[in-house]
Design a protein around this ligand. Structure first.
Ligand SMILES: NC(=O)c1ccc[n+]([C@@H]2O[C@H](COP(=O)([O-])OP(=O)(O)OC[C@H]3O[C@@H](n4cnc5c(N)ncnc54)[C@H](OP(=O)(O)O)[C@@H]3O)[C@@H](O)[C@H]2O)c1
Length: 400
């Protein structure tokens, strides 16, 4: 039954991998076509291209981008034919990357602690104890490429046990620069005789999996911390493709971790949640109803306007709204930027000085971190704004 399921998944993933990439006709594309005043989207200038690698001009800066075309599945299987990929930890990334590697036909095993929630979750995903599911130590001993996808704080607490098992010839892989870059705090001092590489998907592990199943690929950063064999970068790119990346942007461990911690605390999550809360609260204090406050703060943003920014950029979104909205939004954007920039500066410094990593490690190493997190989620869930949101979502045409 399991092997039938695996081969079906393999066949389906092969179909996905070989499917031609079709430009979908999106809502935004339709808007673009029907509004001649909206400027056509500029395509980036590919100043140099060899198969699987491009030097792309991003607004004047030339950067190297790798793509998966150079690594068809047969080549991946050949490249990793003597490797056992030991994926340690089965959180969001472990799940997404592990299942994609398995569907790609690579020899991947999972290592998690036997009394933890991940052990059960891995079994539910079809990993079999003693076959491709082991405890952390056993998996590391069997592996040639050790993919450390434990939580960042667990990477630090488990390091004294893990380090001696990272013997010459193995490769150490991370999906975040956190542990080696902030080694003063984490104590993760990589052995000097192994390759140390990074592939950091720019999205949740769930998205890594979903995009792979859709035959698309997530954008990832790739970097090399230590190249002992002379093959570290090539290995990172091959692994990036194997875990389900589409395009891979070359960076360093340090730049990856700084930008990642900064971004998620800012516009990606923390900052945007703070903006939502502040705007909603003012509307409520001025006598607006919960539904009106929610619609004008979150629903219109996520359902109508942000997708337009995502499709074609900010100018496109401004061009797609009314003259009145456009005028006010452009004027106020300058005020917001000026007021918020000092806060972003403070945030970047907090990241650079290690305050954010320190806090993440303290929080993540609590024995009750899952319960503590659930308590905070319950607090957010019960905020009026998000209760109003639940009701508003239930009235969307697809949910009504
Ligand atoms: N999540 C994302 O969106 C994302 C995106 C890009 C990169 N990353 C990076 O990917 C890596 C993994 O992150 P994640 O979000 O997938 O996982 P996570 O939720 O942060 O970590 C979960 C895993 O760590 C294990 N763990 C925690 N404490 C442990 C301990 N003391 N001993 C052994 N195992 C322990 C958990 O096992 P139990 O179930 O047994 O507790 C679980 O398997 C991190 O470096 C992260 O920064 C994450």
């Amino acid at each position: 039954m399991a092997s039938k399921h695996t081969s079906r998944a393999l066949r389906s993933s092969l179909r996905q991998l070989s499917a031609p990439r079709v430009q979908q006709r999106t809502f935004a594309a339709a808007v673009n076509a029907s509004r001649p005043t909206l400027q056509k989207v500029a395509t980036p200038a590919f100043v140099q291209q060899t198969r699987g690698m491009k030097t792309v001009d991003f607004a004047g800066d030339k950067e190297v981008v790798y793509e998966r075309d150079d690594w068809p599945r047969d080549k991946l299987l050949e490249y990793f034919k003597n490797d056992t990929l030991a994926l340690i930890g089965y959180g969001s990334q472990g799940h997404g990357q592990g299942l994609n590697l398995r569907d790609n036909g690579l020899n991947v095993i999972i290592g998690v602690r036997k009394d933890g929630a991940s052990w059960k979750e891995a079994q539910q995903d079809g990993w079999v104890p003693g076959t491709n599911l082991f405890d952390v130590d056993e998996a590391i001993q069997k592996g040639t490429i050790i993919m450390n996808l434990l939580s960042d704080s667990a990477q630090s607490t488990t390091w004294p046990r893990i380090k001696p098992m990272l013997t010459k010839g193995k490769t150490l892989y991370f999906s975040h620069g956190f542990s080696p870059v902030f080694r003063d705090q984490t104590k993760v001092d990589c052995p000097s005789d192994i390759d140390v590489i990074l592939v950091a998907p720019k999205g949740s592990g769930r998205t890594v999996r979903t995009l792979f199943r859709e035959g698309r690929g997530i954008n990832s950063s790739v970097a090399v911390w230590q190249d002992v064999t002379g093959k570290a970068e090539e290995k990172a790119i091959a692994l990036g493709v194997a875990i389900g990346s589409g395009y891979m942007y070359k960076t360093t461990f340090q730049k990856e971790v700084y930008s990642d911690l900064y971004g998620e605390r800012g516009c990606l999550m923390g900052g945007i949640h703070g903006m939502f809360l502040a705007q909603y609260e003012v509307l409520r204090e001025k006598g607006h109803s919960p539904s009106e406050a929610f619609n004008e703060t979150v629903e219109e943003a996520t359902q109508s306007l942000y997708p337009l920014i995502g499709q074609n950029g900010m100018d496109y979104m401004y061009a797609a709204c009314s003259t009145t909205a456009r005028r006010g939004a452009i004027d106020w954007s300058k005020r917001f930027k000026d007021n918020l920039k000092p806060l972003f500066d403070e945030l970047y410094e907090s990241v650079r000085e290690g305050k954010e990593t320190q806090r993440a490690m303290e929080y993540g190493s609590r024995s009750d971190y899952r319960e503590a997190f659930e308590k905070e989620m319950e607090e957010i869930r019960s905020m009026e704004i998000w209760r109003a949101g639940k009701a508003v979502r239930s009235l969307r045409p697809e949910n009504a």
